[in-house]
Design a protein around this ligand. Structure first.
Ligand SMILES: *Cc1c(COP(=O)(O)O)cnc(C)c1O
Length: 372
């Protein structure tokens, strides 16, 4: 008999430094009395992230969504944007709220990222950009996507919300595309409570992004462009600096939990996992499992409900598919693979200080549910 957890295991648990350590950073804020607007902690974190993410330019934002919004605005796009319906709705909203039309491209069964072989079929004279998502931190086919973008003169903005610290052949994932957005939300691998950043190789975007996130203000008497307020404050930056100190440890621990899941669930019929490529440095941000009823004997929803009875709270992520939501009911979509995956995917609990014992117990529970 698999044991029920006494206290609920949630799908994620936010990374936090010790209170004492966070207070050391807060003391600096009390010393400077600078709470926001490009304070010293903000500047330090931006520098450290440029190193960690291996990219020449990082601009931080109050959250990832507004970062993506400003990245799109910075490019002054008009027309249609090819994107994926298998994402968090932030991606699609950022496109739509900029007056652009999202065009949904299907995904690949192998890693759930945009199917690059289907992009060209969606391009027309109105297409201006591609906004793919590194889903669960799995890198898109960045080379092929760039080839297509070059051929048709399209911009590429990556939603890299899940991909903090991911590398392809030793290169930071932020190296690819024109701009990338990382989310530092409480639920992500690296958090600044709420927060996010836009990264880019071309330094010319820096001025525009800094204007966009601060009301378009360039000086005490100058307002150059129409902008919004999307600045990161010093308390967020403090959390980021403290969390960055332990990020490698946390990712290593996630890897151990992830590997334990794979080993313990390998023999369970009807569970499918993404095969991770060797040339990728992963961040193990999520533990997605595809539940195929014909072999598992139960649907994803049945597994989800049964897990809750053992106090294990998984998440149907991403479900529903964005193209099936009320908000995007008027956008056509021919995305059978995304539909299949969205109806069967389940993210199991995974976080930076998860123990191997917790993972083993969850795996025992899953096996018990399957055999019932
Ligand atoms: C978290 C997330 C976002 C939005 O980030 P916030 O920091 O919460 O605004 C965007 N896209 C994806 C895929 C995400 O998972």
């Amino acid at each position: 008999m698999a044991k029920k957890f006494e206290t609920p295991i949630l799908v994620t648990k936010s990374a936090m430094p010790s209170l004492q350590h966070y207070m050391e950073y807060l003391q600096e804020i009390w010393n400077t009395r600078i709470l926001t607007n490009n304070g010293p902690l903000h500047t330090r974190l931006e520098k450290k992230l440029e190193e960690y993410l291996k990219v020449p330019n990082v601009t931080m934002f109050t959250n990832g969504h507004l970062g993506l919004d400003c990245a799109i605005r910075a490019l002054n796009l008009k027309g249609e944007v090819i994107t994926t319906p298998f994402t968090f709705v932030s991606t699609t909203h950022a496109i739509s709220m900029n007056g652009l039309k999202p065009v949904f491209c299907d995904i690949k069964m192998s890693d759930y990222t945009m199917d690059e072989s289907k992009i060209e079929g969606l391009i027309n004279e109105n297409t201006c950009a591609i906004v793919p998502v590194h889903v669960y931190g799995h890198p898109c086919n960045v080379e092929k996507i760039q080839e297509i973008a070059d051929k048709y003169h399209l911009a590429v903005i990556y939603d890299a919300a899940h991909a903090f610290g991911v590398e392809v052949d030793g290169k930071g994932i932020a190296e690819f595309g024109d701009l990338s957005m990382f989310s530092f939300h409480a639920t992500k691998v690296f958090n600044t409570i709420e927060g996010g950043a836009v990264t880019y190789r071309n330094g010319e975007y820096k001025k525009q992004l800094n204007l966009l996130k601060n009301f378009g203000i360039s000086g005490p008497e100058d307002i150059d462009i129409i902008g919004l307020n999307a600045k990161m404050n010093e308390f967020q930056a403090a959390m980021g600096l403290a969390n960055l100190e332990t990020i490698d440890e946390k990712i290593l621990n996630r890897k151990q939990a992830y590997t334990t899941y794979l080993e313990k669930l390998a023999e369970v019929p009807g569970l499918r996992f993404v095969k991770l490529a060797d040339n990728i440095t992963q961040n193990y941000s999520y533990m997605p499992v595809l539940v195929e009823e014909d072999k598992f004997g139960k649907t994803r929803d049945q597994l989800f409900d049964a897990l809750a009875e053992y106090n294990v709270f998984a998440r149907k992520y991403f479900y529903p598919l964005i193209s099936n939501t009320e908000a995007y009911a008027d956008v056509d979509a021919d995305v059978p693979v995304a539909q299949y995956v969205s109806d069967r995917i389940l993210c199991l609990p995974l976080y930076g200080d998860m123990t191997v014992a917790e993972v083993m117990q969850i795996c025992d529970i899953i096996r018990e549910i399957q055999q019932k």
